[in-house]
Design a protein. Structure first.
Length: 299
């Protein structure tokens, strides 16, 4: 069965492109890979030409989720599967694919209206990744993809079924805390490349994206930077009990979350057992109260 193999690219729609470039370089440690012909910012974190495309289109949300697969034949097979299921599929022209720096590309929507792409043969960067903030151990990416993404879904079961049946992903685990329900999916050894939180009327489509560092010291130094510069924190440093990631969650210039972490375990499909969890972390990950409007205005 043709399947996606990694979270390949993310396109973000933002209000302040300059703020995003500064944040990406100085806080996240991503490298600017240039600008697209429409002025969009391209960012890299590994050997790929770019992993993020940041558009100044003002929605402050995820715009497109790009999934990589092994070959153009797999892209075609996934397109046929989607078409047979009644999903409208746009087959990109050569020019459209070249703008994404890939050789084959299709575009469609999932049941929640998230814009998705599946592509093959992404362009690699001409030189080695060089973080502008000096992250010597780099990011855990390349064959595991850029990281992971968490989206809101109106119906968790429907979302999980679409991504397993249409894109060939596999269940990692589930979490239920009171009314809160989440499901996690993988497509390579990374514990999850995407997860869904059931949310009937979400304010934004994206909850957060995650970047995994190769060295815990880089996470700790960035945690200090975020606190010293009063960048809003969503969750304090902690360790998840599903993927074992030690991480914290901060706001980005668009207001949604970025998880920044280290040490996640990987999945071996030959022996993996899907779990149903009732807690999210071994320790930490405590919510940080957001300042009231009147307090923020007075500060």
């Amino acid at each position: 069965m043709a399947a996606v193999t990694q979270l390949g690219q993310l396109t973000l729609s933002v209000s302040d492109l300059d703020a995003w470039e500064g944040y990406a370089n100085r806080v996240l440690g991503l490298q600017t890979a240039g600008r697209d012909i429409d002025g969009s910012l391209l960012l890299r974190l590994d050997d790929h030409h770019h992993r993020f495309r940041v558009e100044a289109t003002g929605r402050d949300d995820v715009a497109v989720v790009g999934w990589q697969t092994e070959s153009a034949a797999d892209v075609e097979a996934i397109a046929s599967r989607l078409d047979a299921a009644g999903v409208s599929v746009h087959v990109a022209s050569r020019e459209e694919a070249e703008r994404r720096h890939v050789s084959a590309l299709i575009a469609f929507q999932d049941p929640d209206g998230h814009d998705l792409e599946v592509f093959a043969n992404p362009e690699m960067a001409p030189g080695e990744f060089a973080s502008p903030k000096g992250i010597d151990a780099g990011f855990v990416a390349n064959d595991q993809g850029l990281g992971h993404l968490v989206l809101d879904a109106e119906n968790l079961d429907r979302a999980m079924a679409f991504y397993t049946q249409m894109l060939g992903m596999k269940e990692s685990d589930y979490i239920s805390i009171g009314r809160f329900k989440g499901g996690f999916l993988h497509c390579n050894p990374r514990h999850h490349s995407i997860a869904f939180f059931e949310m009937p009327k979400p304010k934004t489509r994206i909850n957060h994206f995650m970047l995994q560092l190769g060295d815990m010291d880089d996470v700790g130094k960035t945690y200090d930077l975020v606190n010293d510069e009063h960048i809003p924190l969503f969750l304090t440093l902690g360790k998840h009990n599903n993927d074992h990631m030690t991480s914290f969650y901060m706001a980005n210039p668009s207001g949604f979350g970025v998880e920044y972490g280290w040490g996640a375990r990987t999945i071996d499909d030959s022996c993996w057992q899907v779990e149903h969890l009732t807690t999210g972390s071994f320790w930490g990950h405590r919510s940080v109260p957001r300042p009231k409007a009147e307090d923020a205005a007075a500060s």
